[in-house]
Design a protein around this ligand. Structure first.
Ligand code: FES
Ligand SMILES: [Fe+2]
Length: 411
């Protein structure tokens, strides 16, 4: 229904709709099938224990456990015998035992024991509890929820390889957006595309709420975006008062990763962190950030929100006066209405992320492999380029990622 008066008043406005290719995460949906071609972090290693834990990943309710022998397992809750939930199961050395009739399932779903059956189950090998493969990496548990014949190698990242464990460590920080809670009641794509929206730094994080990041980020930069095979990068170049340039690069990567170098500029050079948005379901998202840091030091500077408070210290009134990423992204609604947006020139990075993601949705629908999956273990380690790079007259530009976006000094 259109607005017949034509003066823009709210009466009679469209109800709006979202772009299902961007937001749906369920099995069988085109975007849900794309997401099921990658590994996703969904729990901390410390949460995989002998006490079964309910988790939701890509809209699927599952049970996470760790055998007494140390193997993490991820299975559907409904027992394949007569359907009670393995949430009440008993974890043993080799697997999880259903509380109802005692069938024992290994971490890969194989049925190892049926105590009420003759010979403890002559046919037990023919039963299998539905399961998913998991991998642990630096304290996070990742799952692959897709087809067996398309399972990619588990990707690793160069910034987290080759640490000296005496001086450095890797920690997991779960915050939805810098400084806020880990979980947010909104679709995952809203936080994903935010990483390619550098303009909001000056408005939301500065003009509206007062400086929340390093003051050098208040300088208005030259902004550009670049598409690559597996994602999109944003470059922001700021001329600093001392004549050097702050060359800041952020990344998003297929499918849910964003690499945002610390906005408090406490780490210069290549980023020390990256993060993943976990689509819990269509309207709930959790963010896990993995951070490399000197042993014993705090992970990174977190932004401040009005009078030097952390996000959690704010009153309701202060959240309204000092909004940050959480407020802005949750404020777009449980699932934002793409049909009602007015994308502008400053949204070019957001448009690039969406276009690339939708192209991959269609590749998978057409039976092809999406960008960024590898099937050869020799290609498992990926390089991260995001960072806060200080570039001066002496700097060798060949050492700076995406340096071609910097203006070359005049002769
Ligand atoms: S319902 Fe699980 S063993 Fe019977
Ligand atoms: Fe932000």
């Amino acid at each position: 229904m259109g607005n017949s008066s034509g003066d823009g008043r709210a009466y009679g406005r469209a109800t709006g709709s979202w772009d299902s290719e961007l937001v749906e995460v369920g099995a069988g949906t085109p975007s849900g099938e794309l997401l099921r071609r990658y590994w996703h972090p969904f729990a901390r290693s410390s949460e995989a224990t002998a006490v079964p834990r309910e988790v939701r990943v890509l809209g699927e309710d599952l049970v996470l456990f760790r055998t007494l022998d140390g193997a993490p397992g991820l299975v559907t809750p409904r027992c394949c015998h007569r359907g009670t939930t393995l949430y009440y199961g008993k974890v043993e050395a080799e697997g999880i035992r259903c509380p109802y009739h005692g069938w024992l399932f290994a971490e890969d779903g194989r049925c190892l024991d049926q105590p009420c059956e003759p010979d403890r189950g002559r046919n037990r090998d023919s039963y299998r509890q539905p399961w998913y493969p998991v991998v642990e990496y630096h304290g996070l548990v990742f799952a692959y929820l897709g087809p067996a014949d398309k399972q990619p190698v588990f990707p690793r990242y160069d910034i987290f390889e080759g640490l000296d464990p005496d001086t450095e460590e890797i920690v997991i920080v779960d915050h939805f957006a810098f400084g806020g809670p880990s979980d947010a009641p909104c679709n995952w794509f809203q936080t994903h595309e935010n990483a390619m929206d550098p303009y909001h730094v000056f408005i939301l994080h500065n003009a509206i709420s007062g400086p929340q990041f390093d003051p050098r980020l208040e300088i208005w930069p030259q902004i550009d975006w670049q598409r690559n095979d597996i994602g999109v990068t944003a470059t922001q170049d700021r001329e600093l008062p001392d004549g050097t340039t702050l060359h800041r690069i952020t990344e998003v990567r297929m499918p849910t990763m964003r690499v945002i170098p610390t906005p408090t500029l406490t780490v210069l050079g290549t980023t020390n962190n990256l993060s993943w948005a976990l689509p819990i379901d269509d309207t709930n998202t959790r963010v896990y950030a993995m951070v490399r840091k000197p042993r014993g030091r705090p992970p990174q500077g977190l932004p401040v929100y009005g009078d030097g408070k952390s996000w959690f210290d704010l009153t309701d009134d202060e959240h309204q006066r000092y909004p940050g990423d959480y407020e802005a992204q949750v404020g777009q609604g449980a699932i934002t209405l793409h049909s009602e947006e007015r994308l502008s020139s400053s949204d070019r990075g957001v448009s690039m992320v969406r276009r690339q993601f939708k192209e991959q949705v269609r590749r998978v629908a057409d039976g092809l492999d999406p960008a960024g999956v590898e099937f050869d273990e020799s290609r498992a380690v990926q390089s991260v380029i995001a960072g806060n790079y200080i570039v001066g007259p002496e700097t060798d530009l060949s050492t700076i990622p995406l340096a071609h976006t910097l203006e070359q000094p005049a002769d």
